[in-house]
Design a protein around this ligand. Structure first.
Ligand code: 5GP
Ligand code: MG
Length: 172
């Protein structure tokens, strides 16, 4: 039977997101910031993040595939949907739900760099460290965890659980 073990409540997430939003707002004041979020998992995080920010931003999405419907990363990262926003010369922040091996964001950062942004940093709500295979640096991070498969607040398991307001550890 599937079991959902609470990791972060909606209130705890709200505070984490608020803290990140305040840091970003201070660091990018008077700059032209573009937030590029990774579909689909980070759509709720992005929506909450920009509404707690106090500076104007432009947003776009891209989609990468590696997980399929399961829990284990396939290791190869495909770019499924690219951005349309012109980010050349802009300050760009990649917004990701969770960094696990780091292969996905590593590949995406590489891709975004090819558009020659003025600056490029990574913002991730969850930093899951045990299986990290790359040395990506998370400029703005929320919750650090060692392991476990998390769902809720945009994160899915086979497209289920994205709607949950909190984040849970899924045990199958
Ligand atoms: P990475 O390439 O860092 O191994 O994996 C990144 C992607 O895998 C994330 O964008 C996310 O979609 C998915 N992923 C990694 N860990 C988890 C997890 O604990 N729960 C869910 N739902 N997705 C995860
Ligand atoms: Mg993802």
């Amino acid at each position: 039977m599937r079991e959902l073990i609470p990791v972060l409540t909606a209130d705890e997430i709200h505070l984490l997101v608020k803290k990140i939003a305040q840091q970003i707002s201070a660091d990018y004041r008077d700059r032209e910031l573009a937030l590029v979020a990774v579909l689909k998992g980070s759509f709720i995080f992005l929506a909450d993040l920009i509404r707690q920010m106090t500076i104007p931003v432009k947003i776009d999405f891209l989609q990468a595939g590696s997980y399929g419907a399961g829990m284990a990363s396939s290791g190869t990262v495909r770019l499924v949907k690219d951005i349309a926003l012109d980010i050349r010369g802009k300050d760009v922040l990649l917004v990701e739900d969770i960094v696990d091996t780091g292969l996905t964001v590593y590949r995406i950062l590489d891709h975004l760099r090819s558009f020659q942004p003025r600056s490029l940093k990574l913002c991730a709500l969850i930093d899951k460290r045990e299986r990290r295979e790359t040395d990506v640096s998370i400029g703005y991070g929320g919750h650090v965890t060692e392991k476990g498969f998390l769902v809720g607040y945009g994160l899915d398991y086979a497209e289920d659980y994205r709607h949950l307001p909190g984040i849970y550890h899924l045990k199958l």
